[in-house]
Write a protein that binds this ligand. Structure first.
Ligand code: MN
Length: 438
């Protein structure tokens, strides 16, 4: 059940005036959570983004600005990660978000005490939002699956299980890092085309994958599946996610057990987690499964999922090479998919992940898989955009790209827009490719 409340009112304005500027990612209708610190000596702590400021939750608790459920939630924020807040569940996080909305809106009255809790975002260092114990990457775009499948199985690109279940693999949580972490070109083993023996060296096919990251909130007990109708009660919020991939390593090693070292060198998350409550105005019907699709098995289907299981998020990936930076050329947009087109929904991913009784824990991260749409400008990675290096991308300034080169910056952004509501954004997920170690 997707509920709208006073926090989504498009008429709300904040006394933090930067939050009211058109195009701001963090208006008062958003209020995403993150972990920040100020300077090297400072302990990381939890805050909420508002305009170009961060509202320090612990500082507000110290000033007695919360009551009831919101106070309980604020006390769970006296940590260096969001896990305790996530563990309390959607009701507590929603109560805290409502209390913050009331504190930060222009109608709040005397805002002088709350204003003491603001710090400039420009002065903050952002950290991983949660201690991520487990990470699973899905494969939920039928367009990505078909395009990637064509390169290895032109006669049968989409495997027969794709439309029965959301395919996934268990990834490596220890290499998930916050936006801004450099991507060191990884070494690995691969079989160059035409060669008969494998070689070891820096990857020659470094790629990005434009994904949505899903942070689990309250977990489930071992052995107890989460029914699809309750799945979103176990989701805290969403972020941007770059699942950096070494395609040559991935292709050689994946036979037959799937992704391993071609993925586990780095994955990047954006620092601000947009809550499911903030996303309520931007929900849509689950994508059309197609006329010849198999019947959904009962644990992957429910009326609410059909009606509003998808989230309308316009995603964007840009590339800026070292030369473009030197010449003052702006980052060039290359991918514009929308998360609404994914074949499988968040609730289906959570229900499927736990159908055998697998335990999800607060702070666990699910990747959506590369988000690609039908159109040529909606492809979410270079493997698809350049058809595995056979069609180079033309960049402004005259350079070409097949795969990423050292010095390239990859910048993800995303926005939710709908008539009658204030648009919200996700901030950025960025990373620069740096040379392989020698
Ligand atoms: Mn991926």
């Amino acid at each position: 059940m997707i509920e709208l409340n006073e926090t989504h009112d498009p008429a709300l304005r904040s006394w933090v005036t930067s939050a009211n500027l058109p195009g701001c990612d963090f208006p008062i209708q958003n209020l995403p959570f993150g972990v920040f610190s100020l300077g090297n000596e400072d302990k990381p702590r939890i805050g909420v983004a508002i305009g170009d400021r961060i509202f320090d939750i612990a500082a507000a608790r110290f000033r007695n600005l919360f009551q009831g459920l919101a106070l309980e939630a604020a006390m769970a924020c006296e940590q260096d990660a969001l896990n305790d807040l996530m563990n309390l569940g959607r009701e507590h996080a929603g109560a805290l978000r409502l209390a913050l909305s009331r504190l930060l809106r222009t109608e709040a009255g005397d805002a002088s005490v709350a204003a003491e809790c603001l710090v400039p975002m420009a002065d903050a260092t952002m950290h991983l939002p949660a201690r991520i114990a487990n990470y699973t990457d899905f494969y939920t775009s039928i367009h990505h699956a078909t395009n990637a499948g064509k390169m290895v199985r032109p006669e049968n690109p989409l495997l027969s299980n794709f439309r029965s279940l959301p395919v996934a693999y268990h990834g490596r949580a220890s290499t998930i890092s916050v936006s801004g972490t450099p991507c060191i070109r990884p070494h690995g083993q691969s079989l160059p085309s035409g060669a008969t023996e494998a070689v070891y060296g820096p990857t020659r096919k470094l790629d990005y994958e434009l994904e949505v990251g899903i942070f689990i909130g309250r977990g489930n007990a071992l052995g107890r599946p989460i029914p699809i109708g309750q799945a979103e009660q176990h989701v805290f919020g969403l972020c941007l996610f770059n699942d950096w991939s070494a395609r040559d390593v991935q292709r050689w090693e994946s036979q037959p057990l799937g992704p391993f070292l071609g993925k586990s060198f780095l994955s990047s998350v954006s620092p601000w987690v947009v809550t499911m409550d903030a996303l309520a105005p931007f929900r849509s019907a689950a994508a059309d499964r197609g006329v010849d699709a198999p019947m959904l098995l009962p644990n992957l289907d429910c009326p609410a999922n059909r009606v509003s299981g998808a989230v309308d998020i316009a995603l964007e990936a840009r590339i800026q090479t070292a030369r473009m930076r030197e010449e003052g050329i702006a980052a060039h947009p290359v991918s514009h998919p929308n998360f609404v087109d994914q074949y499988w929904t968040i609730a289906q991913m959570v229900a499927h992940h736990t159908e055998n009784g697998c335990r999800l824990m607060p702070g666990d991260l699910l990747g959506s898989g590369t988000v690609s749409g039908r159109r040529a400008d909606q492809l979410g990675c270079l493997l698809e955009l350049t058809r595995d290096a056979s069609r180079p991308l033309e960049l402004p300034g005259g350079e070409q790209r097949t795969y990423l080169e050292d010095g390239d910056d990859i910048i993800f952004r995303a926005h939710c827009r709908r008539d009658g509501f204030v648009a919200i954004g996700f901030g950025e997920c960025v990373g620069r490719v740096v040379p392989a170690l020698t």
